[in-house]
Design a protein around this ligand. Structure first.
Ligand code: IPM
Ligand code: MG
Length: 357
């Protein structure tokens, strides 16, 4: 029996998570397993109920679960809150408290959706990139940070980009290990021509790389990488990078696939794991049964693979998604001229119907 903590959150979070849970229930039935679901509030929903984006109680629940499934957080209602109390803080707290240092964001172009991208089909056909973003260090968490007053009454604000050897070692190791299951190529992205933290990053990644002689390692500056992702995305297999660069590049990689509504993510630590769609809470379409649940359902496939080691079932979920797309069913965000538009829950139904061993 496995325990899954469900943090649906705000906006479209609850709608897409509902479909994810239905897929997990189907998996449980197929594999004769029991998943126990525990639900709790996160983000704006938690602010409204308890006055803070995530409570200690929820952090404890997360620590005692086998996996966490998260929807999305945030919305206009909470935008005016002071910095430390905004819904996004919940994500940062979960990441750091659970030690989720490796964020996996695959950008895989589905053959049926080649025309949904803003880029030319010949550029993106066959793109299969895994962005591995360091998630608990760098400028997101570095000290000192703050906003101070200058003598003349003006202000001065600062953050610190800081990495220690062990932080780079463990994320690099993850990147090489994942590359071994793929095309055995790692591109490490940094700004080592300017930043000291990137000089350390590059040296440590190179050192770890020596232990993986079967994996080809390339270093690339972040500005060049941003350009190469648009110019020739097929050159990439695994991209490993820092927290901030990974935040930016993973959105860029996501858009290669046409819709951010398609992309799953996994945040892994040595003991815990959290799965969530890459997209946000999309308040403009919340509650309308319009959101694309595929990112969440793909995140469930990642959960089955990385936490439960149910490789066949992960594949079964992914194949069901591919099949539904091939048959022409689309949610509004990936609508095509001849495809049929379906709702969030219909998309869930269609995928579940196609799940077969
Ligand atoms: C992401 C998001 C978050 C981040 C925000 C919402 C804190 O952009 O998961 O990429 O910057 O990490
Ligand atoms: Mg982001």
């Amino acid at each position: 029996m496995y325990k899954i903590l469900v943090l649906a959150g705000d906006g479209v979070g609850p709608e897409v998570v509902r479909e994810g849970i239905r897929v997990l229930k189907k998996v449980a039935e197929m594999a004769h397993l029991v998943f126990e679901f525990e639900e709790a509030k996160i983000g704006g929903a938690s602010i409204d109920a308890y006055g803070e984006p995530v409570t200690n109680e929820v952090l404890k629940q997360a620590q005692s679960s086998d996996a966490v499934l998260l929807g999305a957080v945030g919305g206009a209602k909470w935008d005016g809150l002071e910095h430390g109390k905004r819904p996004e803080q919940a994500l940062l707290k979960l990441r750091s408290e659970l030690g989720l240092y490796a964020n996996l964001r695959p950008a895989l172009v589905d053959p049926s959706l080649v025309h949904a991208s803003t880029l030319k089909p010949e550029i993106i056909e066959g793109v299969d990139i895994l962005v591995i973003r360091e998630l608990t260090g760098g400028i997101y968490f570095g000290a000192p940070k703050g906003i101070e007053k200058n003598h003349d009454g003006s202000s001065r604000a600062f953050n610190t980009e800081v990495y220690s050897t062990f932080e780079v070692e463990r994320i690099a190791r993850k990147a090489f290990e994942f590359a071994r299951k793929r095309k055995r190529r790692v591109t490490s992205v940094d700004k080592a021509n300017i930043l000291e933290s990137s000089i350390l990053w590059r040296n440590v990644v190179s050192e770890i790389g020596k232990r993986f002689p079967d994996v080809q390692l390339t270093h690339m500056y972040v500005d060049n990488c941003a350009m190469q992702l648009i110019r020739n995305p097929k050159q990439f297999d695994v991209i490993v990078t820092t927290n901030l660069f990974g935040d930016i590049l993973s959105d860029e990689a996501a858009m290669l696939t046409g819709s951010i509504g398609m992309l799953p993510s996994a945040s892994l630590g040595d003991r815990h794991a959290l799965y969530e769609p890459v997209h946000g809470s999309a308040p403009d379409i919340a509650g309308q049964n319009k959101a694309n649940p595929i990112a969440t359902i793909s995140s469930i496939a990642m959960m089955l693979r990385h936490t439960f080691h149910l490789y066949d079932l992960a594949l079964c979920v992914e194949q069901a998604i591919q099949l539904v797309l091939k048959e022409g069913f689309r949610t509004a965000d990936i609508a095509s001229a001849n495809g049929e538009i379906v709702s969030t829950s219909q998309m869930g139904d269609l995928i579940i119907e196609r799940m077969k061993h």
